[in-house]
Design a protein around this ligand. Sequence first.
Ligand SMILES: Nc1ncnc2c1ncn2[C@@H]1O[C@H](COP(=O)(O)OP(=O)(O)OP(=O)(O)O)[C@@H](O)[C@H]1O
Ligand SMILES: [Mg+2]
Length: 250
Amino acid sequence: MALLDINNLYKKFGGLVATNNITFSVEKGERVGILGPNGAGKTTIFNQVSGFIKPDGGEIIFNGENIIGKSPEFIAKKGIVRTFQIVKPFKGMNVYDNLKVATLSPKMKEEIKNETERKKWIEYIIDICELKNVAYTMTDLLPQGYLKKLEVAKSLAIKPKVVLLDEPFAGLTHSEIEPISKVIIKANEVSGTSIVLIEHRLKEFMQLVERVIAIDYGEKIAEGTPEEIVKNKKVIESYLGKGGEEIVNS
Ligand SMILES: Nc1ncnc2c1ncn2[C@@H]1O[C@H](COP(=O)(O)OP(=O)(O)OP(=O)(O)O)[C@@H](O)[C@H]1O
Ligand SMILES: [Mg+2]
């Protein structure tokens, strides 16, 4: 049994089937990518796994427990946390305090015994996420690259078992992507947190993930290593186009 098993996840919005019996699993410590064109249903998978949208069918087995249809708070407390396509920093606060809010979540309230421990934990997150030089900067003043990093840091601050990252590279330049990519790998390696990543930035995506789930029109069309996926006929037809392999290998 994997850490997270998603079986036949089904969601309909009116007449539109947004996820049609999506099945895949995530092992402990793994970095998995979800690939597919706009509107394929990627974010809808995250919305269901994190409890923001109630599925119409299927199972989400996390650590042996079916968590389907549970609240975001319940699921976060179990250890699955997600980020959003649009960054959501707490405004009027600096980076340190943003992370402090994350440590006041129900999950961390139980794990952190006192203020010394809290400070130590926040400083550790700031350190591994390379946010030291902006720790006391107000989020309103931060460039997009740092806001995206903060988003990742906030999710790691609750000591999750699985982090769902929805387009952490969107809107960033290549030089802004590299530091975030490094932070994601470091967090994954240091803590053994599993990462599930949605991205359209193909080159960086393929370098980061170990396994890819490709979806189109709400259905899984392929699964494999990045090397296998860039050669997959269905994925090339639906998403990558003929130049896909060159983009990834360039
Ligand atoms: N809350 C909702 N109500 C109605 N329709 C929705 C809702 N959320 C998503 N959809 C529809 O479901 C489909 C899948 O959307 P989703 O956001 O999951 O796509 P995506 O793969 O994340 O796309 P993108 O790459 O553009 O972010 C789309 O057709 C979208 O319009
Ligand atoms: Mg999306």
